[in-house]
Design a protein around this ligand. Structure first.
Ligand SMILES: [Zn+2]
Length: 480
């Protein structure tokens, strides 16, 4: 290879590394934009009568409380044992704002297009339940954009109270619990309390940490205080639920059952005990909430009565699915890339398949399962993924150094990178990345979206490693 051709190869590989990195950043940015609404879940609508309205409705949302931890909380369990104790599937993504949007509007994340919203929804959805209850009140422990997104008549803390978000703020230390108690004890037809300390402990210390367990225990103690403040015990209907669980190492967002399925209890004016471990969908719980408030759900809110939902659970029915044809296209992309590697490299094709697998394994071993719940999939540079992929990059660099002598630098790089690129393109296709990059809906599909992000980082790193090796690789030795 002439010097000029070698330099051209280095420049091209570096440009491809940059392109992969840029595409990944654009795809991740598009996670957080609201998309167009999709069809309602395809299940039979249940017109059966609900439970009838209650004189007061109290909703307590324990943000980030996993089902396993909820089962161990004494006060919650004591209350659940007097009413309905069940499980809800919060849908996908398992992100607080979109999950609450589904709770209050009765539309799934895909139906509304509010899939991975972080910022406040302004104006609030016009048919959200709180906006339709004149005396509704909400009290949020922190992240006040969430309680301010659904049109409660009164919301605490005020939107301009920036100081409440600080860890040791007066609001958090005492005002919050007292204000929540006052809201519960008030005449409001609907009072909502959003507890965030469990989620915050999950992000900071992990779902398996003592801090997370302690936050859950504190929330349980506060719940005892709030239920005791009920002005008309036995006539108020209480809904206590979580919006998602947490990974052991902290994080949520994807569709893992331990994150997506949470405990929900309804007690107060309902007959019990009724323990039903069959999950209902969050939009079914919306229906129960609307019934309790004496409101009709929106026409496109297809939640069933709880009895109807338990009778035909439609498990996982709200999760986005990949069409068979798209799976076929992705599989073909990966296979074609492997075939190219074999054609260009012969036996070295094994290294071409091996290095991305070693890199992937490194990430999974160091950081845990690769899903949208794993914080490692989001950072712009992906330094943590790159570091964990080093063993894979070592395989790539070594193989390229050797293969260059046999087939030349350009062909060695192309062959060694093809399978990783093919796998990445296939997975990105499954996640809907190409459509998202030209303005389509956010590329959010359970599991594969997280894989696409990590594969993009691995591929970008692979191009960069190949560019470096291309600088120093030996010249091709022509056969004797
Ligand atoms: Zn969270």
């Amino acid at each position: 290879m002439t010097r000029r051709r070698r330099i051209a190869a280095v420049v091209l590989l570096a440009a491809l590394a940059w392109t992969s990195y840029t595409l990944r950043r654009a795809a991740i940015a598009s996670f957080f934009t609201d998309g167009p609404g999709a069809a309602a879940p395809a299940w039979t609508r249940d017109a059966g009568p609900g439970d009838g309205a209650a004189s007061r409705v109290r909703v307590v949302l324990l943000d980030g409380l996993s089902r396993a931890h909820a089962a161990a909380l004494p006060e919650l369990s004591r209350r659940c044992a007097t009413g309905i104790d069940t499980v809800i599937d919060v849908g996908f993504p398992t992100v607080s704002m979109p999950v609450q949007h589904a709770l209050w509007t009765g539309r799934t994340q895909q139906q509304s297009g509010v899939q991975y919203r972080i910022g406040r929804i302004d104006p609030p959805p016009a048919d959200a339940l709180p906006i339709r209850v004149p005396s509704s009140v909400a009290v949020g422990e922190s992240h006040r954009d969430i309680v301010h997104s659904f049109g409660f008549a009164r919301t605490e803390p005020a939107l301009d109270r920036d100081e409440i978000e600080a860890a040791e703020s007066e609001w958090r230390e005492g005002e919050f619990a007292a204000q929540a108690e006052a809201a519960v004890a008030s005449d409001a037809a609907l009072a909502f309390v959003h507890v965030l300390r469990i989620d915050e402990a999950g992000h900071a210390f992990g779902g398996a940490s003592p801090e997370y367990a302690a936050a859950a225990a504190e929330a349980d103690a506060m719940l005892a205080r709030w239920v005791a403040a009920d002005p008309s015990p036995g006539r108020t209907r209480w809904f206590v639920l979580a919006d998602h669980g947490h990974r052991e190492g902290g994080g949520h967002g994807d569709a893992e059952p331990e994150i997506r399925l949470v405990r929900a209890c309804i007690f107060g004016d309902v007959a019990g005990p009724l323990v039903e471990p069959t999950p209902v969908h969050l939009v079914d719980l919306h229906r129960a909430l609307a019934d309790a408030l004496g409101l009709a759900p929106a026409p496109d809110a297809v939640g069933r009565t709880l009895a109807g939902a338990w009778a035909s659970p439609e498990l996982d029915a709200t999760l986005p699915r990949v069409a068979a044809i798209d799976r076929g296209i992705a599989g073909l992309a990966a296979l074609a890339a492997i075939a190219l590697a074999v054609r260009w490299l012969g036996a070295y094709a094994i290294a071409a398949i091996l290095w991305p697998c070693v890199a992937w394994l490194g990430v999974a071993v160091v950081h845990g399962a690769i899903t949208l719940s794993n914080p490692v999939v989001y950072p712009p540079l992906g330094a943590a993924v790159l570091l964990a992929s080093l063993p894979g990059f070592a395989v790539l660099g070594t193989a390229m150094h050797r293969a260059a002598r046999r087939v030349g630098v350009a062909r060695a790089a192309a062959g060694l990178l093809a399978p990783g690129v093919g796998a990445w393109l296939g997975v990105a296709w499954l996640a809907g990345v190409p459509q998202a990059l030209v303005g389509g809906p956010p590329p959010l599909v359970p599991f594969v979206s997280g894989w696409a992000s990590v594969l993009a980082t691995i591929v970008a790193g692979g191009f960069a490693v190949a560019a470096l090796v291309a600088l120093v690789a030996p010249r091709r030795e022509d056969g004797p």
